[in-house]
Design a binder for this molecule. Sequence first.
Ligand code: SAM
Length: 309
Amino acid sequence: MKIVESTENDVKLMQSLEEDYVKYSGMRYGESLFLTSLVRLYKPQKVLEIGVGAGSSSVVLLNATKDFGGEVFAIDFAKKWYRNPQGEESEPTGFVLEKYPNLKRRWHPYLGHLSYEVMPQIGKEIDFCLIDTVHIMPGEILDYLMVLPHLKDDCVVVLHDVSLPTAKSRENNFTTTLLISAIRGEKLLMSKKNYEIIDRLDDNAIVAHSATCLPNIAAVVLNKETKKRVWEIFNLLTIKWEYFLEKKVVEELADYFRKNYNKGLSQLFIDIVDFQVAGTEEEERKSLEEVLENKRIAQSKCSSTGIVA
Ligand SMILES: C[S@@+](CC[C@H](N)C(=O)[O-])C[C@H]1O[C@@H](n2cnc3c(N)ncnc32)[C@H](O)[C@@H]1O
């Protein structure tokens, strides 16, 4: 493992962004700075982001790649922003990009989809990937499996909310905690010093942040072994699911896994889904839409000292 220290130039680059992205960010300022530092260290040409929200992390990725022109491909399951703080009609997902027309030219959104549906269009050779979606099972574990075949062997995978279970009432938000431990490769960690840079959230900020006792973002640099150790990730899917996929999605995904991994892992996925379904009463089987809708309603009731992520 390696701690990645941010440089003064990284801080300056972050400061060159106006405040708009900060207001709606799902990340603390120090975490966005870590993301900026990683991008500047690895200089990726093809960046994939899963979990766009308002679009603040897309803005950070586009800003950090601007010197070398990296393209950012951004996937989000929701077409509308998953928050609605004023109880009004939600903005579209990624609306913050409208404030940054120069950066937006290198942004390629795929909204209203799960990753497996659009990866054939986005293609391979991805050298940097940020995953920040729902944090409950199967969540990012399944998202990672959907994109792994399209990542370069030495891709840098960044996961947000890796220590969310250490925040109050977020004990079940552990998918990225598991994933960062399970993915084979060198781990890149954020220095706690990043949090000493005061979060640039003013009193009117819609989004406030839950405190975790450890840095809440981390990365892993994949290597030639990573894709061989994929059973280890499929096996995590045996942990109890909190949302379920439609039958059609399960069938399509099983087919996708058969093509991109092998028949054995595809069958393992089907067996795990059967096990999860059998272990949960029908009326308790929430869909991802319902989970996100509940989140949106809960957060519309939050004050500015509410919870993010
Ligand atoms: C925490 S927000 C992303 C915040 C953003 N990365 C930032 O830092 O500002 C999570 C987003 O992931 C989306 N999402 C949840 N599950 C998803 C999935 N399986 N695939 C794609 N998007 C998903 C939600 O609609 C939501 O917009």
